[in-house]
Design a protein around this ligand. Structure first.
Ligand code: GAP
Length: 449
């Protein structure tokens, strides 16, 4: 646990326009976060990288974009209405509520594999009190889905839920994809989008939010072939983590033991990352058998059987599900890239973001902003570079050059282009490297196509 590093990342995120507290101007709303100009760019770069790798560069995975509000039967069939719950206990004096497993964790005890009743026993046995020092109530379950009403009446039959995962929007479209694209097995369907969970205690910056984004794939397989598909998707996941710039030493595979897996899952690996808040789940990959499609078939009455082309073999496909949270990926990228060093005797903070993820690829500055000839040239270079890197070039002329470099360092801009008087003579510019802080002089034709 490195609280200081976490605080520094949260502070930089706010100071530099990456991430703000949701509804900040009205005092905030816990568990919600707003993305500023750089945060949204970084988040999009992560999502686009994932989509390119898992959808566009493969011919066996199809994209969908399903509604966030779905027929409530979806959540009855999937089991979310009955079982998507967290254990909740209450401070018996001030009535503040807590997740029981978090209470154990904060007291250095593990809740892994424990039932709610067993957690209560551990609390009683160890005399654990609420964070305010008061006795805790017995736990009860709390459903994490946000409930709403569709249509003008707030009646029981108009209840709907905000989706708590994107996965069910994939299962409900399984038949649509099969009937319109006739894919051979194995094939996958991918979706990126918002998910909502009424977390009891959202915490740790964007790590546990009430509104977040998921990047999920349901990869449908012949049950005989699940292991091959699982291995391949796990390998592709590791390759994606590399592309995010996460180093191997900070990534850990946790083989989830049977007692901690969902009853239908025959294998689950959680990929954990060394966040400043400790080693925590970044994403998971699970072999979910045919549990989900069987549920859809049972409740909808529609046939989810897949017939293997050119044979009589028919079965409900099994599924491997790699499931990623975008915010956790982003938090891992910020953690990995956050650096401090010293330049000319002064402390420097910079983000060593991989070039393809950096919100800004180049900044362009005139050495002096009161020299029209430098400004004109810098503007021309800025315009040309912007065509090559749309939305990823920043014209930066505020403050002196040192201040500009520091600002660009903090937002992870790999290179700063500066136009000076020599530029006017020989069409060269200086390019200053974020990581080494070294400058080199190059012909503008080297950076502008
Ligand atoms: N469809 C399977 C599923 O949703 P999950 O383990 O509940 O599985 C998958 O969630 C991923 O979604 C997690 O590994 C995490 O990256 C992300 N995630 C889950 N809850 C989150 C929350 N409250 N805030 C941010 N990310 C979350």
């Amino acid at each position: 646990m490195d609280d200081t590093k976490m605080e520094k990342i949260v502070s930089l995120s706010k100071r530099r326009g990456f991430i703000f507290q949701g509804s900040d101007v009205y005092g905030g709303m816990s568990g919600t976060w707003d993305y500023g100009p750089l945060g949204v760019a970084l988040k999009r770069n992560i999502i686009n990288l994932w989509w390119r790798k898992f959808v566009e560069e493969r011919d066996d995975i199809y994209g969908v974009d399903a509604s966030i509000i779905m027929n409530r039967k979806v959540w009855q069939a999937s089991g979310h209405v009955d079982t998507f719950v967290d254990p909740l206990c209450e401070d018996t004096v001030n009535h503040r509520r807590y997740r029981t497993d978090h209470i154990l964790k904060d007291n250095g005890l593990s809740a892994d594999g424990l039932t709610m009743e067993q957690m209560d026993e551990v609390i009683a046995k160890n005399g654990i009190k609420s964070p305010d020092g008061n006795p805790l109530s017995a736990s009860r379950t709390f459903n994490m889905m946000f409930k709403t009403f569709v249509g003008p009446t707030e009646a029981e039959d108009s209840v709907a839920y905000l989706r708590p995962e994107t996965a069910q929007g994939i299962f409900t479209n399984f038949k649509n994809v099969v009937d319109t694209f006739y894919p051979d097995l194995p094939f996958g369907v991918a979706q990126v989008g918002k998910a909502f969970r009424n977390e009891i205690s959202p915490r740790d910056f964007v790590f546990r939010s009430r509104e977040f984004e998921q990047m999920e794939i349901e990869y449908f397989v012949d049950p005989d072939d699940w292991q091959t598909a699982f291995d391949e998707l796990l390998a592709s996941t590791h390759s994606f983590l590399k592309q995010l710039g996460l180093s191997d030493e900070h990534i850990h595979e946790l083989e989830v033991p049977a007692e901690d897996r969902a009853h239908y899952s025959q294998r689950t690996i959680d990929i954990e990352y060394d966040f400043p808040i400790g080693r925590e789940e970044l994403m998971g990959i699970a072999y979910r058998t045919d549990f989900d499609l069987q549920n859809v078939q049972r409740v909808s009455g529609k046939n989810m059987v897949y017939r293997v082309k050119g044979s009589d073999r028919e079965f409900v496909p099994h599924v491997i599900e790699p499931s990623f949270g975008v915010e956790r990926a982003l938090m891992a990228v910020l953690t990995e890239s956050y650096r401090e060093d010293e330049v000319n005797g002064e402390k420097r903070v910079y983000l060593q973001l991989p070039e393809h993820l950096a919100p800004i690829r180049y900044s362009v500055s005139p050495l002096l902003k009161n020299k029209p000839e430098l400004v004109e040239k810098a503007r021309t270079i800025y315009k040309s570079l912007s065509q090559q890197y749309p939305g990823r070039v920043m014209y930066d002329d505020s403050g002196n050059i040192g201040k500009r470099y520091r600002r660009q360092d903090e937002i992870g801009t790999p290179e700063c282009v500066v136009v000076d008087f020599q530029t006017l003579d020989d069409d060269t510019v200086t390019i200053r490297d974020r990581d080494t802080t070294k400058q080199r002089r190059v012909k503008t034709s080297e950076i502008i196509n």
